[in-house]
Design a protein around this ligand. Structure first.
Ligand SMILES: [Zn+2]
Length: 276
């Protein structure tokens, strides 16, 4: 090997290592936040030592629960054995309180419904169990609103006060609209369950967007997509309604990264990091 060749090798490897270390991020590191990352030549990534799934194309995703606290450490290892570490200090959010009055049967479900609710919970659990097995980042199709006319009715994270008593947290984003309005997939995905007439959810659809990211669409008057169907971003999956525990026609959109509750608004405010 002559001097010229050695020079070339040194140049090549220094350029390579610089290049391999670059990660691009989009999204927000906050309670209920979501980060979409892209990098080339990644061999593995971990968040607080838990392994993340990385798509062949170099995209990966991770999120922070509504009540996440403290420091999260992202470690990315590249094929050239180099590693990079990023730290996220999650600041608490302030959530609003929302007072609601509902018929008593929805606050305390009647005993005769408990078997039905149990059965529905089991079906939902089974559907969620299949989430996270798809390494493919279908979400790289990007995100779009699930309704044609956007009218936010209730934000993510509110503490609900039902009939004067502290109740559950609103783990989604509500869109107001009319019975029969078209509801569309927020990103490419696979239908894990198209549930009919559930006590709480009514008619609903759970979409799997890969790497543990899901979106759920509740209270629909009717379903268009079927269980196991592949859908495209913007494709009609159902019609708006007030089925299940709903006070009027609206869409409740819930987003999760595995069991972490994510603010759906993040999706619509985030452009994917480019591959360039
Ligand atoms: Zn809701």
């Amino acid at each position: 090997m002559n001097i010229k060749q050695i020079y070339f090798l040194i140049l090549f490897f220094s350029a390579w290592s610089l290049y391999a270390g670059e990660i691009k991020f989009a999204g927000e590191a906050k309670q209920g936040g979501l980060i979409i990352a892209f990098g080339k030549n990644i061999s593995s990534a971990t968040l607080n030592n838990a392994k993340l799934q990385v798509d062949k194309s170099g995209y990966f995703i991770f999120g922070f629960d509504r009540d996440a606290k403290g420091v999260f450490k992202l470690k990315v290892r590249f094929k050239n054995k180099k590693t990079e570490t990023f730290e996220y200090n999650i600041e608490p959010q302030i959530y609003e309180e929302q007072r609601l009055t509902l018929a008593k049967k929805y606050v305390v479900p009647p005993k005769k419904q408990s078997k039905r609710i149990q059965k529905e919970n089991k079906l939902m659990k089974a559907a969620r169990a299949s989430v996270g097995k798809m390494k493919n980042a279908l979400f790289i199709s990007g995100f779009s609103y699930p309704v044609d006319t956007v009218n936010i009715h209730s934000v993510f994270g509110s503490q609900r006060i039902l009939n004067g008593r502290k109740a559950n947290v609103h783990n989604g984003l509500d869109f107001a609209g009319s019975e029969g309005d078209t509801i569309r997939a927020v990103s490419d995905g696979v239908v894990r369950i198209a549930g009919k007439d559930f006590f709480y959810n009514g008619n609903f659809i759970l979409l799997d967007h890969g790497q543990g990211l899901t979106s759920v669409y509740l209270h629909m008057s009717s379903l268009i997509a079927r269980t196991n169907q592949k859908v495209k971003k913007g494709e009609a999956i159902g019609l708006m309604g007030a089925t299940g525990r709903a006070t009027g026609p609206h869409l409740h959109l819930g987003v999760q990264w595995f069991k972490k509750r994510i603010d759906p608004m993040i999706l619509f405010n985030t452009s994917l990091p480019s591959q360039e």
